[in-house]
Design a protein around this ligand. Structure first.
Ligand code: FAD
Length: 380
């Protein structure tokens, strides 16, 4: 077994780390406070090759492997959850379905822009369809020439910004044996009857855009269908397998950032005449953090490796997402404890990490749903 990253992967990690430290970190706290989706920062990330990372160069992407992409998300999350979310959702959920299932014409139309200066949403969740995506109520009815889209979506990342080009939307297009048949449609933001409204006042990822979408008789041609009509649910759920790798990367990066902050603080903070890291109760907390982060990284990188080998990776992606998000929760909680009262002040970024980790156990499959997925995969 070879655990070494390639030279290119190491170089990419360093490049993204430098970008995160020098460009993201200085604006992260204020963007969070102001709930500001930072267009300028997103465009800079596009220029630095962070959009379209695994997209082949012929469509304007970087042509990288999945592990490289995951390392980039990890490095951004080590500094800021919102920024990592914009990039992870942009690459995995926005670009992913178009790259995987789009026609040549759809790829040519959207990918070059999505690799550069625009983003795309992934519209699965609705008011009554969260974990149970088959509860979708949005409909797409065909009149023989056009599709008529009606309904709404909530919680859609990257869907309501000035640089959003559109969203992939799951809708009921038919019925078979009394059960709904789902189709995925590519819906551009400028379409008549389509409105996008930011959902503000979130506890976490306050600088990441989350949109509510409403479709009021939005008319779409056949060229807006992704894959085949009736294949929507399969494509949307398969896209989540990849998305889970990037949520896991956010958990890993968040845990790494929180651990580094707590470790540095514990070496400087003196009580009872010595740095607090010299108290065994504190040192053992830090040791446990280091162990769990290492285990999380191995689980995640292995799942990415499977994907890069074109092997099945759904079970491992679910395991990585579940474990990394739960490690992030535990590490952030203990990191606040190590930093005492200062860990609760906005002036110390730990407070933001503590909030940002919370979504990771909910988005793209709650921990309960992931345990369900894993238990089925192991034959329960
Ligand atoms: C900031 C943010 C960004 C998001 N981005 C997107 C996006 O880009 N695109 C998108 O489509 N969605 C997005 N979502 C939605 C997200 O994927 C859902 O919130 C998530 O799938 C859970 O759905 P829910 O919130 O409706 O919870 P529910 O499904 O209502 O679950 C409530 C509780 O019941 C539990 N539960 C439900 N069913 C079961 C079961 N069968 N067994 C055991 N327990 C169960 C859940 O685990 C949870 O604890 C986002 C959400 C947030 C908060």
């Amino acid at each position: 077994m070879n655990f070494d990253l390639t030279k290119e992967q190491e170089a990419l990690r360093q490049r993204v780390r430098d970008f995160a430290e020098q460009v993201v970190k200085p604006v992260a706290r204020e963007n969070d406070e102001q709930q500001h989706f930072d267009v300028e920062l997103t465009l800079k990330m596009g220029k630095n090759g962070l959009l379209g990372m695994v997209v082949p160069k012929e469509y304007g992407g970087q042509g990288l492997d999945n592990l490289s992409y995951i390392i980039a998300v990890e490095e951004l999350a080590r500094v800021d959850g919102s920024t990592a979310a914009t990039i992870a959702a942009g690459n995995s959920l926005g670009i992913g379905p178009i790259l995987q299932y789009g026609t040549e014409q759809q790829k040519q139309r959207y990918l070059p822009r999505l690799c550069k200066d625009r983003i795309w949403g992934f519209g699965l969740t609705e008011e009554d369809a969260g974990s149970d995506s088959r509860g979708t109520k949005t409909t797409a009815q065909y009149d023989g020439t056009l599709w008529h889209l009606n309904g709404s979506k909530i919680f859609i990342t990257n869907s309501a910004t000035p640089i959003t080009l559109g969203t992939t939307v799951q809708a009921i297009s038919d019925e078979k044996d009394g059960k709904p048949v789902f189709t995925a449609l590519l819906v551009e933001n400028k379409k008549e009857g389509f409105t996008q409204t930011p959902m503000d006042d979130k506890m976490m990822w306050r600088a990441s855009n989350t949109g509510k979408l409403v479709f009021n008789d939005v008319r779409l041609g056949d060229d807006c269908i992704l894959g085949e009509p009736g294949e929507g649910s399969h494509m949307m759920l398969a896209s989540l397998d990849s998305g889970r790798l990037s949520i896991a990367a956010m958990g890993l990066g968040c845990a790494q950032g929180a651990y580094e902050m707590a470790l540095a603080y514990s070496k400087k903070r003196v009580q009872f005449g010595k740095p607090v890291c010299k108290f065994q109760a504190v040192a053992f907390k830090l040791a446990d953090m280091a162990v769990k982060i290492e285990a999380a990284r191995n689980l995640l990188y292995h799942a990415c490796w499977l994907k890069d080998q074109h092997r099945p990776f759904g079970k491992e992606a679910a395991m990585a997402k579940l474990y990394c998000s739960e490690v992030a929760a535990e590490v952030c909680d203990n990191a606040v404890q190590v930093m005492g009262g200062h860990g609760l002040l906005k002036e110390f970024d730990m407070e933001r990490f503590y909030r940002d980790q919370r979504i990771l156990q909910i988005g793209e499959g709650t921990s309960e749903i992931l345990r369900l997925v894993i238990s089925r995969a192991i034959g329960c």
